[in-house]
Ligand binder design. Structure first.
Ligand code: UDP
Length: 503
């Protein structure tokens, strides 16, 4: 792999990466850190032991490939009520425990700052949820680059909501309104936008701090690619007023090896409770493009009533399916799913994955023809990269905005018809009925001209995704650009000519 140098530079560029502790932030930030190491940067990732266990195998493989990359462990402080060993926020984390994890993480700030001093990096890449790190970097006289989760598209839309408040000008939750100032006329309803835009919440305060630190950062890193949302990338730069680099798709750039793909986000190489790659033998037995892959990310917990509707929707839809049910606690829902799993495995119509699925391997499998997703940004990019159309079922965070990009702008997805934004810890009362699930899958997997068009469009985007990370591609050039800027910054710090502001 190529190292990106600048004239007069001799020493290696040293970076610290500080990922957040939920899977959908941890996984892409570690991928980005590994991409930097792949291109000659000396990388240290700071995290806690349980989070490191999720990706250490890939770091060890990278080190054995000759890359200069390692993990620096910090112990999460004990706070009353936080069970020993709980260091992450995911679908199985109850809200009260998630708050304790955040409290413990906040206590680590002085230790993180101390490690920054000790390791003496040339720049820091930190997750958006560490707004203090912009000042910590400034104290060291080095740039802080912020990792911003989500799409440029969603960030531009949310900025417009904050600025123009179009949602306050409609009379009801289900009346649609136009989000102004975007390259595409984007319509949504008030019930689909995050709660914080309607009533101030604790999260509004956190996001205010994030936004302030984003503007003070040297620049931002995103994980999509130019052909996916180029006009919004440009608009974002104007809105925030800093530099920004889009360096995706990050998952396929750095996880080229089957071992990396299989263990990504989990550490263990097999999903739990499903035998040795039962899903793989099952997929191998299926025809090309015949299977719907159904997964709702790392943060979602459906109530039992919804699980029952999904099960029937899949069983009746006329297509084979691979469904990641995740970790389901003992109870009626689990008992129902166990019965359901036995039935569909006996009829050879479906396969269930209990626990964590090796999503990158599944998306690569030729038998998979379409994906039902909650529109989490990582899954969206991974699916586009794999060239697969989607059924969109947004639930929380910025997922309803992502749906509009996929359905209205890029026209590579079929909307299931979700109407209500939810908080990840509270599913609310909207239950998607089995008929709607089946109808959306029929459109996704159908043979009509419209379905074929959708498939052609997503295949073309997938080609663009592959080009973006090749030499001379848009993401490749962005990476080269950010590394060279960091090197120039370092050189100027070593041989100061004039004062240069950090942002
Ligand atoms: N993922 C996975 N296996 C699972 C669930 C999730 O590999 O069983 C990965 C998926 O590939 C993606 C990330 O976890 O990279 C989930 O992020 P996303 O933004 O899609 O959703 P979130 O977890 O934030 O809801």
């Amino acid at each position: 792999m190529e190292s990106f140098g600048v004239e007069g530079e001799s020493e290696t560029l040293k970076a610290i990466f500080l990922p957040f502790i939920s899977p959908s932030h941890l996984v892409p930030v570690v991928d980005i850190a590994r991409i930097f190491a792949m291109h000659g940067v000396d990388v240290t990732i700071i995290t806690t032991p349980a989070n490191a266990a999720v990706f250490q195998g890939s770091i060890d493989r990278d080190a054995s490939r000759g890359r200069s990359i390692r993990t620096h462990l910090v112990k999460l402080p004990q706070v009353p009520g936080l069970p020993e060993g709980v260091e992450t926020i995911n679908a199985s984390t109850p809200m009260d425990i998630a708050l304790k994890v955040s409290e413990a993480l906040n206590l680590l700030e002085p230790q993180f700052r101390q490690i920054f001093h000790q390791l003496n990096p040339d720049f820091i890449v930190s997750d958006m949820f560490y707004p203090w790190s912009v000042d910590a970097a400034a104290e060291l006289g080095i740039p802080r680059v912020i990792y911003v989760g989500g799409t440029y598209f969603a960030h531009c839309a949310m900025d417009s909501l904050e600025r123009f408040e179009p949602h306050k000008k409609v009379d009801s939750e289900d009346e649609s309104f136009l989000i102004p100032g975007l390259p595409y006329n984007l319509e949504m309803t008030r019930s689909q936008i995050p709660e914080r835009f309607k009533t101030p919440t604790e999260f509004s305060y956190i996001m205010k701090k994030v936004k302030e630190s984003e503007k003070k950062s040297y620049g931002s890193l995103f994980k999509s690619f130019y052909a996916f949302e180029g006009p919004y990338e440009e608009l974002y730069r104007t809105i925030v007023g800093t530099k920004s680099w889009n360096v995706g798709p990050v998952s396929s750039w750095v996880n080229q090896d089957v071992s990396d793909k299989r263990s990504r986000g989990h550490g263990k190489e097999e999903e739990e409770g499903n035998g040795k790659a039962g899903w793989l033998a099952w997929l191998d037995s299926k025809k090309k493009g015949s299977v719907v892959y159904v997964c709702f990310g790392s943060m979602n917990n459906f109530p039992d009533t919804q699980l029952v509707e999904i099960a029937h929707g899949l069983e009746d839809c006329g297509h084979d399916f691979l469904w990641v049910v995740g970790k389901i606690n003992e109870g009626e829902g689990r008992a129902f799913l166990e019965e359901f799993g036995k039935r569909v495995e006996a009829s050879n119509k479906g396969c269930l994955i209990w626990g964590w699925a090796p999503q990158l391997l599944i998306l690569d499998h030729p038998a998979v023809g379409g994906v039902m997703t909650h529109c989490g940004m990582n899954t969206v990019i991974e699916t586009v990269d794999a060239g697969l159309p989607m059924v969109t079922w947004p639930l929380f965070a910025e997922q309803f905005f992502n749906e509009r990009l996929l359905v209205d702008v890029l026209k590579i997805a079929v909307p299931i018809g979700a109407k209500k934004w939810k908080s990840w810890s509270d599913f609310g009362d909207e239950i998607m009925e089995r008929g709607k699930i089946g109808d959306a899958i029929a459109l996704l997997m159908g043979e009509g001209e419209e379905c074929e068009e959708m498939r052609r469009r997503v295949k073309a985007l997938s080609q663009e995704a592959k080009k973006a990370i090749q030499i001379g591609g848009s993401s490749y050039n962005s990476l080269k650009d950010v590394i060279q800027e960091m090197k120039s910054f370092k050189l100027e710090k070593l041989n100061p000519k004039d004062e240069k502001p950090l942002a």
